[in-house]
Design a protein around this ligand. Structure first.
Ligand SMILES: [Zn+2]
Length: 166
């Protein structure tokens, strides 16, 4: 593996251990040329996936990009990073086992939305707002209301909920 710091082609593996519940092998590497240290991950890849974007462009499926978009959605949320890792692994496995080498980006988007919904409401809404490209507050409000996530009690003052003991 080429050293990302100096470009030296031969880096040395210092340590190699299972990671992500055995779904990956984590290798710590050392560059003999510049002394740089970096980590690589080895994962099973069942097939090469191509993503067909809404623009009509094609791009190779990028796991790291998926991880980044999910970590942005879950930022500062009480979500265990291990759960996020497992979620990403599950999504990738599911994508790879769909039997298609080319997938529309919305297939991936919907899968992430579904997984985030089970994980954290706020992360779900954040991801949806980017993915569905909300441009106005009404888009948000409609989405929250459709999803049953809207705050209650601000619609009609006359309809006060029954108090305790009523
Ligand atoms: Zn180096």
């Amino acid at each position: 593996m080429r050293c990302p710091f100096c470009g030296e082609l031969e880096s040395q593996v210092k340590d190699s251990r299972p990671s992500e519940d055995g779904a990956a092998i984590r290798r710590r590497r050392h560059c003999p040329e510049c002394g740089g240290r970096f980590t690589t991950f080895e994962r099973v890849q069942l097939r090469e996936l191509t993503i067909l974007k809404r623009s009509g462009r094609r791009a190779p499926f990028d796991r790291e990009k998926l991880v980044r978009s999910i970590s942005i959605a879950t930022r500062k949320r009480p979500v265990d990073p291990d759960r996020v890792d497992r979620m990403v692994n599950a999504i990738v496995r599911q994508l790879e086992s769909m039997g298609e080498t080319e997938l529309a980006s919305n297939v991936v988007g919907e899968m992430v939305m579904k997984a985030l919904k089970a994980l954290d409401d706020v992360a779900y809404v954040r991801y949806a707002s980017v993915y569905r490209d909300f441009r106005q507050t009404e888009d948000f409000a409609r989405f929250l209301s459709d999803e049953g996530l809207a705050e209650e009690g601000n619609s009609d003052d006359d309809e006060l909920p029954a108090g305790p003991g009523a």
